[in-house]
Design a protein around this ligand. Structure first.
Ligand SMILES: C[S@@+](CC[C@H](N)C(=O)[O-])C[C@H]1O[C@@H](n2cnc3c(N)ncnc32)[C@H](O)[C@@H]1O
Length: 501
């Protein structure tokens, strides 16, 4: 919804009314596109106001894209009469100054996600608006990007790596799949295990080609039940996306929804936003990737590693940010195959190392030859000491067994020379009974930089479902020269002038 705001002498005397109206509108998806000025206003000749075009009311009436004229301050009977005579039908008038809740309900029919960027100039505070159009729920089938032969070739490659990993996985010790995930996978993925046991490439390809809507993403994006719930929620999904957008836009260094679009792999679903298909979960991964990029995007060939990367959401956003270096993911073979297929299909130009055999070298010389290194979890001890700039774990360690958590944190201490960034359980929510971070073993080599409840509604401290913590720790003996000196300042950060250019 595009709105015009009426500029009146009364509202000029109370600037906050404009601020309140603009902000209330943008939060609900209505985009302010112009100010409309009455001809007897002392500043009627101005062509801009509050960084928006200012036009005579008579011109705004002619603008086909303006859905609503909003009046900031109480309107006298004379003004109402005048507006009607000017050609505005009553249903396209929003009397914010007289009936705030009525106006808010009108704004709520808006079709944009709006972000503002501010700059302080000599003339005062200026704001530029970026509006992204919500074009509807995207649940229609998304045809795959590659022809069938290419898809079979990718599936064959990732299936072979998965079969090799399962054949060599340890049968005892901390690398045995924990009870939670072991039982869960067996219970939710019957067709997957069937295709795996017969090494059936065609059957596996069919599953991977639809992975976002079937059992292959159980536990990592909710699988079929999450898709069904999304499809049933209809327009409510767009509202959920708006809540996430309002967190995401204030959490990342550069707000552009276009990098959030799902690639045509695995039959994804979401909300169409400015012609790209966006799922709220992508905003979480994009925020994480932005944080990591801010931490080490400037260092020479950073190695960023994750345990439990799920379907590959972090890896995808890392690549969409054009981040340098190598991304390494360690995960259970059952989920690693999904991530490997997703990332290899979406980024066929990237150099990807998959599992071959347990004695593979994972030292800096090898890692640096690849953009992505996707390994089964039990390869973690093969990672060279002090090779990783940022180690990450999101919504994952808390779900493992105590001995595995112990082993993984010890390994993270051994291999990480920069930062440890995690989101794990803060407190058990209803029906979620795993290990909170407060019982994780200490990491004597690290110092906590910050620890805060999750910013995302579903995972926040007030969520009844799961409460997570966002935590960043830094190596006590961190190489200051590598991470924090002049080079760090050379990270491309946008000035206000660039922002408004
Ligand atoms: C809830 S998913 C989270 C996925 C992703 N990090 C996210 O935040 O969306 C948990 C992840 O932990 C992985 N995981 C569970 N047990 C594991 C283990 N013993 N070793 C490595 N990864 C494990 C799962 O395979 C899955 O990818």
């Amino acid at each position: 919804m595009d709105i015009a705001i009426l500029r009146t002498a009364a509202a000029d005397a109370s600037q906050p009314q404009y601020t309140k109206l603009e902000y209330a509108a943008l939060l609900r998806g209505a985009r302010a596109v112009t100010y409309a000025c009455l001809s007897d206003h002392p500043q009627a000749a101005e062509t801009t106001f509050r960084d928006l075009p200012q036009r005579p009311l008579s011109a705004v009436v002619q603008m086909p894209n303006v859905d609503l004229l909003a009046v900031p301050t109480p309107a006298s009977p004379e003004l109402r009469e005048f507006l009607m005579r000017s050609g505005w039908p009553a249903r396209r008038l929003a009397f914010f100054g007289d009936d705030r809740s009525g106006a808010l309900a009108q704004f709520a029919q808006g079709r944009y996600l709006v972000h503002r960027e501010s700059a302080l100039r000599e003339s005062g505070l200026h704001q530029q608006r970026h509006a992204f159009e919500v074009q509807g729920v995207g649940i229609e089938d998304i045809p795959p990007a590659h022809p069938r032969e290419a898809r079979l070739a990718i599936t064959s490659r990732v299936l072979e790596a998965c079969l090799r990993a399962r054949a060599t996985a340890p049968a005892e010790g901390p690398y045995v799949v924990g009870q939670n995930w072991g039982r869960f996978l067996q219970a939710t993925r019957p067709r997957f295990y069937e295709a795996l046991s017969s090494a059936d490439v065609e059957a596996m390809e069919a599953l991977l080609a639809n992975c976002f809507r079937n059992e292959l993403t159980s536990g990592i994006l909710g699988g079929r039940p999450a898709y069904d719930a999304f499809a049933a929620a209809g327009a409510g999904c767009a509202e959920g996306l708006r809540q996430h957008f309002n967190v995401w836009r204030h959490s990342v260094s550069h707000v552009d929804v276009h990098r959030l679009g799902f690639p045509p792999v695995g039959n994804p679903y979401g909300v169409w936003l400015d012609c790209v298909l966006v799922h709220a979960n992508t905003m979480l991964n994009d925020h994480r990737a932005s944080v990591v990029r801010d931490l080490v995007g400037h260092v020479d060939h950073p190695i960023v590693a994750e345990i439990g990367g799920g379907y590959g959401g972090f890896g995808r956003q890392w690549l969409m940010l054009d981040a340098p270096g190598t991304y390494v993911d360690f995960d259970l073979p059952e989920n690693l195959i999904v991530a490997s297929h997703f990332l290899a299909s979406a980024h066929p130009d990237k150099r990807i190392l998959l599992f071959d055999e347990p004695s593979m070298r994972l030292d800096l010389e090898v890692l640096r030859q690849y953009d992505l290194v996707l390994m089964p979890h039990f390869m973690l001890p093969r990672l060279a000491e002090a090779s990783v700039d940022v180690f990450m774990n999101f919504i994952s360690l808390s779900e493992m067994s105590a001995s595995t958590i112990h082993e993984y944190l010890a390994q993270i201490e051994r291999v990480t020379r920069g930062y440890f960034y995690q989101e794990n359980l803060l407190d058990n929510g209803e029906g979620y009974e795993f290990y909170p971070v407060s019982v994780f073993p200490p990491m004597p080599q690290f110092r906590k930089l910050f620890s805060t409840p999750s910013r995302w509604p579903f995972f926040s401290a007030s969520s009844p479902a799961h409460s997570h913590v966002e935590q960043l720790s830094i190596r006590a003996d961190l190489e200051v020269e590598r991470y924090l000196t002049a080079a760090a300042n050379s990270l491309p950060s946008r000035s206000a002038e660039e922002t408004f250019a």
